[in-house]
Design a protein around this ligand. Structure first.
Ligand SMILES: C[S@@+](CC[C@H](N)C(=O)[O-])C[C@H]1O[C@@H](n2cnc3c(N)ncnc32)[C@H](O)[C@@H]1O
Length: 398
């Protein structure tokens, strides 16, 4: 006889208890915490009936739109700045929104546990409310809703028109279909000053809640040891946005022996003038030959997930041509997807990348294949907390 969902759930609850305990006091705390989340999700999916799950998933989009509207109205900011709970009537007075609209939006935010519902139409901030009010997180929500959702909403009809396959070209992708443009997404955004700052803010949040590479990657051993000390270039951060990854590197390794170079497109570099004077700013389009030759490290954070194979190969081949064999290395800081059990965040980012720029999040096999085609060999997949965000270290083959 098939086991009931409660019988299936009991042993998982036991494992969950152990994982929670380990995440509190064991070594590998982060790995134990991630395992606890996975088990808790398994418990939930066992407890919910199949019909409940099938019905509820039809309305997932409504969660995102309520977040987007809450950000527009600064609801997370208002609640997190208040030391007490607030009624919907108060929130309506401050935001000038219709009270009924706020009743309906805050109800969803309460159901999502983004705010705490403390009584009838009365809410207070949770720790996550404050994070939702953070400008980088808010920008990610706005960008995802404003730029990706219009593409996703047309994805089914796009498949009818272009065939049942992933978009793989930046001029005939979903973004171009949805926005009726032949510009690539980055060109489209950067030619619109009204969204440039938002886009650059979003890019600073590209690594999500993962720690900075400077906090966990063995930079001393893999980059600094063995590097030239004659003021040649130590690290080039290619497509480095406004420079936050190099800034974190510089703070942890002040007075590096070699130079640090930040590269990105001209409009982004014009927006990055406040980086520390030790960092050289160099506008550069990575579809053109790499002007910095023979650097120790070419660092790419959240770059290749934006691009399909053909474009990624162009970028990698320009990098390979600039590298000194036996000395230069490439470090790719991106998701390294697990072969099984990818999380909702990992899968969601993959679909988002596909929607805006025909991009893709890659597994170890896909990274190895891509790098091999561009003339590189993988040295190591560095995964600080198991499959997920990590660094692929690669060198020229042969
Ligand atoms: C997802 S963001 C990553 C930014 C940063 N590396 C990080 O990890 O936060 C992608 C970056 O690629 C840059 N980019 C896009 N097209 C580029 C190009 N053709 N040449 C150089 N940079 C480009 C964007 O301006 C943006 O800063």
């Amino acid at each position: 006889m098939a086991k009931s969902s409660m019988e299936l759930t009991t042993p998982i609850l036991k494992k969950l208890g152990e994982a929670v305990q380990q995440s509190a006091d064991g070594k590998n705390q982060e790995i134990a915490r991630l395992e606890a989340i996975r088990l808790a999700q398994l418990v939930l999916s066992n407890l919910r009936s199949p019909d409940e799950v099938a019905f509820e998933t039809a309305f997932l989009g409504t969660q995102a739109v309520c977040c987007r509207i809450a950000i527009k109205l600064d609801l997370f900011g208002i609640l997190s700045r208040s030391s007490r709970s607030m009624s919907v009537t108060e929130l309506a007075t401050i935001t000038k929104a219709e009270p009924l609209l706020l009743v309906r939006i805050t109800r969803m935010l309460g159901a999502m546990r983004l705010v705490e519902e403390v009584g009838k139409q009365e809410y207070r901030a949770l720790p996550v409310t404050t994070v939702m009010a953070n400008p980088i997180r808010a920008a990610v929500h706005c960008h995802a809703w404003d730029q990706s959702v219009p593409c996703l909403s047309r994805f089914p009809e796009y498949l009818d028109k272009y065939g049942l396959k992933c978009p793989s070209d930046q001029t005939t992708g979903l973004f171009q279909y949805a926005f009726k443009t032949d510009q690539g997404a980055f060109d489209y955004w950067f030619s619109r000053p009204e969204i440039l700052d938002l886009v650059n803010t979003v890019m600073e949040g590209a690594r999500g809640a993962s720690p900075s590479w400077a906090e966990w990657f063995p930079i001393q051993e893999r980059i600094i040891d063995g590097a030239k000390t004659d003021n040649s270039v130590l690290v080039v951060d290619v497509g480095g946005g406004r420079g936050h990854n190099l800034e974190e590197f510089r703070k942890r390794y002040p007075q590096p022996k070699g130079r640090l170079v930040l590269q990105d497109l001209e409009p982004v570099m014009n927006d990055a003038r406040t980086v520390h004077e030790d960092i050289t700013i160099l506008p550069y389009d990575f579809f053109k030959p790499q002007p910095i030759r023979g650097a120790r490290a070419y660092y790419f954070a959240h770059i290749f997930h934006d691009w399909a194979e053909a474009q990624s190969l162009v970028i990698l081949k320009h990098t390979a041509a600039a590298m000194t064999k036996g000395y230069s290395k490439v470090f790719i800081n991106d998701f390294i997807l697990p072969d099984t059990g990818a999380s909702l965040t990992q899968s969601g980012l993959d679909i988002t990348m596909m929607s805006v720029n025909a991009g893709i999040e890659r597994s170890q096999d896909q990274w190895t294949d891509l790098l091999d085609k561009a003339g590189f060999a993988v040295v190591k997949f560095w995964l600080p907390n198991g499959p997920g965000e990590g660094i692929v270290e690669a060198v020229l083959k042969g």
